[in-house]
Design a protein around this ligand. Structure first.
Ligand SMILES: [Mn+2]
Length: 448
């Protein structure tokens, strides 16, 4: 799919003041694309401001030595956003991901333009220039510069190189094509230096970062018959080593280095007690964008992210549940019956237990309702626990959290039900058949 850039010409011709924004917690593709696009617009004589909700992470500052990328509220005001003629939104198509900048944009009558390669999207009321097959927004900006006949200066070439290199895992992800490599060649021709970018990105670690990585490595867990690997970083680890949130970058990919893994995630507790989760998949049948969407996040089929609020351990359990459903759903039903949950201290680990306990890991999230948990508790009180060995979080859930009469919980469930797509319902239906089969077997065992 190639983008038809023609409709952008009149927008560029008729307007003068441009604001470029990208997603919260910007990565190199976000910052690199913003800087690349800014340079293209400046070379056309336009006035450009780059305004993000989040600050530029320290490891990406080298792309922006003159601090052109401003943070809303510190370097730039809401008025700056509102007064623009055109808002360019790069590397995201979601209001949630734009956060405060998005709110400011909605107060403005400015025309909106999206340049993005993500699958998930909201209706931003924008002119969309999207190619979901593109490995990075950076390569779309390059295509745009070629369309407009602008030769990129070396700093913009470096920024776009960094964007493409990082979003493709240094050219190893399946979305990379020969075209990607030709774009890289052209960026190098106009001054991008891969060795400088690599050194600036990856050879600047602090001791805290290395120690945090060591802790994350030691916490790694493999489950779902070796197909799902995950790790977690509670806030206490950050405090212990003096590490910062950007120190966790790329750790999720380390999980996929374990032989046999097909999907991975990392759950990171943030300063404001939210849980940021990054998902990765190696196979298209495990669609992590779909998993992330269940938690209000988004991304690609093979790489996605979401931020959950609520207690760390609860979020971890929900995410593990959803990923288990995704991984096991992708596998044939016959092979789904090997893993179960075991809660150990503050971290959840998986262990091999008799097949019947797979019951739990096959339950879709929406089924974990106060009522279903009470039924399960009742069954356990009838003396079935030795066969089921349920996770303590299920056994304690309703009484501990007293959520079954909580109207907020009911409202939350309604929202969650509404969000479920038809695909999820189909998966739920298939799993319900499996669960029914096992219920029958379960009753057999219980009666004996
Ligand atoms: Mn990107």
């Amino acid at each position: 799919m190639t983008i038809r850039w023609e409709p952008l010409r009149p927008i560029l011709a008729q307007n003068q003041r441009f604001v470029i924004s990208s997603h919260v917690r910007p990565d190199a593709d976000a910052i690199g694309s913003e800087l690349g696009l800014a340079r293209v617009l400046q070379m056309l004589g336009k006035t450009v401001q780059i305004i993000n909700t989040s600050p530029t992470p320290p490891n990406l500052q080298f792309l922006d030595p003159s601090h052109e990328v401003k943070q809303l509220g510190t370097g730039a005001s809401i008025a700056d956003v509102v007064s623009a003629d055109v808002h360019f939104i790069v590397d995201t198509s979601s209001w949630t991901q734009l956060s405060d900048v998005g709110k400011a944009m909605r107060q403005s009558v400015a025309c909106r333009v999206v340049i993005d390669h993500h699958v998930s999207s909201d209706d931003l009321g924008a002119h969309e220039f999207k190619d979901t097959n593109s490995p990075a927004t950076g390569s779309l900006i390059f295509e745009l510069s070629q369309f407009l006949g602008v030769t990129l200066p070396p700093d913009a070439a470096t920024a776009l190189f960094a964007a493409i290199a990082t979003d493709t895992g240094w050219f190893r992800f399946p979305a990379v094509t020969s075209r990607t490599m030709r774009i890289i060649g052209e960026l190098m021709d106009v001054g991008a230096s891969p060795s400088n970018v690599f050194r600036s990105l990856y050879e600047q670690a602090s001791l805290a970062k290395m120690q945090l990585a060591g802790r994350a490595f030691s916490r790694m867990v493999v489950c779902c018959a070796g197909e799902l690997a995950y790790t977690m970083i509670p806030l206490s680890d950050f405090q212990e080593f003096g590490a910062v949130s950007s120190d966790t970058e790329d750790l999720v990919n380390e999980c996929l280095k374990i032989s046999g893994t097909k999907a991975a995630f990392i759950a990171i507790e943030t300063q404001n007690r939210q849980v940021k989760v990054s998902f990765r998949s190696r196979i298209s049948s495990v669609d992590v964008a779909h998993v992330a969407e269940q938690f209000g996040g988004g991304g690609h089929r093979l790489a996605a992210g979401a931020t959950l609020s609520g207690p760390y351990s609860d979020s971890l359990v929900k995410v593990l549940q959803a990923m288990t459903v995704a991984v096991e759903g992708a596998r044939s039903v016959a092979n789904t019956l090997t893993d179960s949950w075991r809660d150990e201290g503050d971290s959840v680990v998986m262990s091999n237990v008799p097949p019947i306990t797979c019951w739990w890991s096959s339950l879709p999230i929406v089924w974990i309702t106060p009522i279903s948990l009470r039924i399960i508790q009742r069954l356990l009180s009838l003396g079935c626990s030795q066969f089921l060995s349920p996770p303590p979080w299920i056994a304690n859930y309703p009484s501990r959290r007293r959520t079954w009469w909580n109207p907020l919980r009911a409202a939350h469930l309604c929202v969650r039900l509404r969000r479920l797509s038809s695909v999820a319902w189909r998966v739920s239906f298939r799993l319900s058949v499996v669960c029914c089969a096992f219920s029958i077997r379960f009753w057999d065992v219980g009666i004996r």
